[in-house]
Write a protein that binds this ligand. Structure first.
Ligand code: OOG
Ligand code: NI
Length: 467
């Protein structure tokens, strides 16, 4: 008997993100327009900056530069979340980070399922920001129960998807035919449903409690609510959207434009009003509308250490205290000015960011020919090795998300009402129970990558010293 080899999880993820992209472009034509704008901006940026082109040619594959980097879904129950974790594991995606959005007026808590190994991120970095609704934060007890019983009877996974997850877990992977079927079956979960699961009256009550509650509870599945390609110049994409007939949110979330990009900058186009239908008590369908789906772009920078992240949170909060951005964008200009002003506190120079231990770097040996400072190698003195030019360093890219930015993206797409308030209640322990496992700590992960690069350099240098 011959044993069929397993398809690599990275390849299943690549096939899945390509299938999602194709489905979403068909379902949301404005998203196709955004992709074409991003491709144009990226190729113009590469033409204008040959040094960037050279660097990316070495580290990334240029032909995939404009592909999707992430998407997002919102789930209704703990069972859905833990099953989703098993589905993503088949594609080599694991839960990293915990984001509590109750503090920002959105009744969910979230994680991002993503590849972790460097080679996997390079092969295809696709991540899914996954939120779980927190009905416990809703004040109206009767409504909470109605939402709960609506969610209890739906199954967002196809029987074949469930069976293939079990096969993959039992055997340790999927063969070619099963992997292809798995991608097709899992895609069904993310598809748009234009027929609501609830009647129009319940829809409106859910909607009045919070738009997000209606979005999660009213349908037969967690439609992918956006996809996000990578851009090399997010300011150009933001400026270019109106010319393509798509309405951008008021400003780019995250840090302002800088020489040394940090963390993550994101912007999106506003969610579209789409027609859906509700079944009446007479069994007939009547039409209505729902706003949920949009398109986003992202530009990533260096991963920050806890110290760097604290400084980021501090300068961001300072800007937001002086000008709180309103969802309708009326004070966007003033907010961006306050942001630029407060970020002047954050060093904008790679070596300063490194020397002050604000960001994570990957170290490598500079070209040979440098004098070998034996003492510095023996003393593991990284600073001396950098100053003497023996070691070079490159920023490690931030692969995760930012709660304040995520809330800004949520809100600009949930309509322009003023932010609602919920009791601040981060609950990592509850989330991990719902997920069925612990979430991976992003900081520890970046620190390990940095440390591994240092150890590799020191071992190579030690060999040179003894040779
Ligand atoms: C998720 C919003 C968060 C991001 O890029 O920060 C997100 C949502 O709207 O469901 O995707
Ligand atoms: Ni997003």
């Amino acid at each position: 008997m011959t044993i069929e080899p397993f398809v690599c999880a990275d390849d299943i993820r690549s096939a899945f993100s390509a299938a999602m992209s194709e489905m979403y472009r068909k379902e949301v034509p404005a998203y196709g327009e955004l992709l074409s704008l991003v491709a144009d901006v990226n190729s113009a940026t590469l033409d204008n900056e040959p040094s960037l082109r050279n660097r990316l040619e070495r580290s990334d594959s240029l032909d995939r530069i404009s592909e999707e980097r992430h998407g997002a879904i919102r789930l209704g129950t703990a069972d859905e979340l833990s099953m989703m974790r098993r589905v993503f594991a088949v594609m080599g995606m694991y839960p990293v980070g915990y984001y509590d959005l109750s503090t920002a007026g959105v009744p969910v808590h979230s994680t991002a399922f993503r590849p972790i190994a460097d080679a996997s991120l390079k092969r295809n970095p696709f991540r899914v920001f996954t939120s779980l609704l927190r009905l416990d934060l809703l004040a109206d007890e009767a409504l909470r129960e109605e939402a709960r019983s609506t969610l209890a009877v739906r199954d967002i996974f196809t029987p074949a998807a469930r069976r293939l997850v079990e096969t993959a877990e039992r055997d340790g992977g999927l063969g070619e035919a099963d992997a292809a079927l798995f991608v097709a079956e899992v895609l069904e979960t993310f598809r748009w449903h234009d027929r609501a699961l609830v009647d129009v009256e319940l829809y409106h009550r859910l909607h009045d409690a919070h738009r997000l509650v209606a979005d999660v509870v009213s349908f037969n599945g967690p439609h992918i609510n956006h996809l996000t390609p990578r851009t090399l110049d997010i300011d150009a994409v933001q400026a270019g959207m109106p010319g393509r007939g798509i309405a951008p949110k008021a400003f780019v979330e995250g840090p302002p434009t800088r020489k040394c990009p940090i963390l993550l900058r994101q912007t999106s186009f506003k969610a579209l009003e789409e027609s859906i239908s509700f079944r009446g008590s007479d069994g007939l369908w009547t039409s209505g509308s729902h706003t949920a789906r949009f398109g986003e772009v992202e530009q990533r920078g260096i991963a920050l250490t806890p110290k760097g992240r604290a400084l980021y949170d501090h300068v961001l909060e300072k800007a937001r205290k002086s000008v709180r951005p309103t969802p309708d964008g009326a004070n966007a200009g003033a907010y961006l000015e306050a942001l630029a002003e407060s970020f002047s506190e954050f060093p904008d120079d790679w070596n300063a960011i490194r020397a002050q231990k604000l960001g994570y770097f990957s170290y490598s040996l500079a070209k040979p020919g440098k004098d070998m400072p034996r003492e510095a190698v023996a003393a593991r003195d990284i600073e001396a090795l950098v100053t003497t030019g023996v070691l070079e360093f490159d920023p490690i890219v931030y692969e995760d998300f930012l709660p304040v930015s995520a809330a800004g993206i949520f809100r600009s797409n949930l309509g322009d009402d003023d932010a609602q308030r919920f009791v601040e209640s981060p609950n990592l322990k509850l989330f991990e129970e719902q997920l069925g496992t612990t979430v991976i700590d992003g900081f520890e992960h970046y620190a390990r990558i940095e440390q591994a690069s240092i150890e590799a350099c020191l071992s190579a240098l030690a060999l040179q010293v003894t040779a």
